[in-house]
Design a protein around this ligand. Structure first.
Ligand SMILES: NC(=O)C1=CN([C@@H]2O[C@H](COP(=O)(O)OP(=O)(O)OC[C@H]3O[C@@H](n4cnc5c(N)ncnc54)[C@H](O)[C@@H]3O)[C@@H](O)[C@H]2O)C=CC1
Ligand SMILES: O=C(O)[C@@H]1CCC=N1
Length: 274
């Protein structure tokens, strides 16, 4: 497929129907992709049954057969499984099939080495809020992926939320910030809720307040004002917020966030080497 037109409803095979495979599948269908043009594979019969029932798409356990029928192969297996799946699908690809992968760390060069010469490959780093259309994904093209392939990838991701284009060298950092980032936010929400319980609120009320606060802060920050300005607006002189933020600083929370991102970045690099 050279420079496939974005209007085309390409046949998409999602290989790996786990957490991220399902998130992408769900977003594809929400975005209007016809269910009969989507197929999912997995090794787990239970997963396949659940996905078939939930989404009404074709399911199967053969990556090779699904790849043979596809215009776009979307890899959503664990990074260590990628080479085996590439070996299965490489002989089956029809000329020009676009291969899109969400596997953390695995470099474009790995795909290009295993797949027929000239295969267009796009790497994507999505995140789980894609399920509710509030995701953040970065995409990076391989050597044989042109503008049409990037546009087609953007169409596939359209209902997942924000999609940005980056160079491959930035994907480990993207993985550390937005790929893993939802877990940091959930960690914060859980910590805030736990603190509310400590201070005497019911768990249900504390959790609802924490979720609404993080959601609201995100929505406000999305309007474009710098986060420091927004933080200052919450902080009345001599008030409660400066006391709270000073405690965050005293406990090294900012340094902890930076250390978390660095650890995720290093792990992403490591996954690419294994
Ligand atoms: N979970 C997340 O937040 C994100 C995950 N990713 C990437 O998505 C990929 C999948 O991760 P998750 O969905 O979290 O893992 P998961 O474990 O939920 O899903 C992987 C699925 O692949 C299936 N599978 C295993 N071997 C297979 C094979 N040979 N052929 C077909 N299916 C096979 C498993 O049965 C499982 O359902 C990983 O490469 C990860 O780096 C990327 C961004 C975010
Ligand atoms: O934890 C992981 O390895 C995957 C990649 C980014 C988010 N989840």
């Amino acid at each position: 497929m050279t420079e496939q037109q974005p209007g085309t409803n390409a046949a998409v095979a999602v290989l790996g129907g786990g957490v991220m495979g399902e998130a992408l599948l769900s977003a594809l269908l929400t975005g209007g992709w016809p269910a009969h043009q989507v197929e999912v594979t997995d090794q787990s019969p239970d997963r396949l049954a659940a996905l078939a029932e939930r989404y009404g798409v074709r399911t199967g356990d053969s990556n090779a057969q699904a790849a043979q029928r596809a215009d776009v192969v979307l890899l959503a297996v664990k990074p260590n499984v990628v080479p085996a799946v590439l070996a299965q699908i490489a002989p089956q690809l029809r000329g020009g099939t676009l291969v899109v992968s969400v596997a953390a760390g695995v470099p474009l060069a790995t795909y290009e080495q295993h797949l027929p010469t000239g295969t267009p490959v796009v790497r994507v780093m999505p995140n789980t809020p894609a399920v509710v259309g509030k995701g953040a994904s970065a995409i990076a093209p391989g050597a044989h992926a042109g503008e049409g392939h990037l546009v087609l990838t953007e169409r596939i991701l359209a209902a997942t939320g924000l999609v940005v284009r980056v160079a491959e060298k930035d994907l480990d950092a993207v993985t550390a910030i937005s790929g893993s980032g939802p877990a940091y936010a959930f960690y914060l929400i859980d910590a805030m809720a736990e603190a509310g319980v400590l201070l005497g609120l019911t768990r249900d009320l504390a959790t609802r307040l924490a979720v609404a606060t993080v959601e609201g802060a995100g929505a406000l920050a999305a309007q474009g004002e710098h986060p420091v300005v927004l933080r200052e607006r919450v902080s009345s002189p001599g008030g409660t917020t400066v006391a709270g933020v000073a405690a965050l600083d005293a406990h090294g929370v900012r340094a902890g966030v930076v250390a978390a991102a660095r650890a995720a970045y290093e792990r992403s690099k490591e996954l690419g080497r294994s």
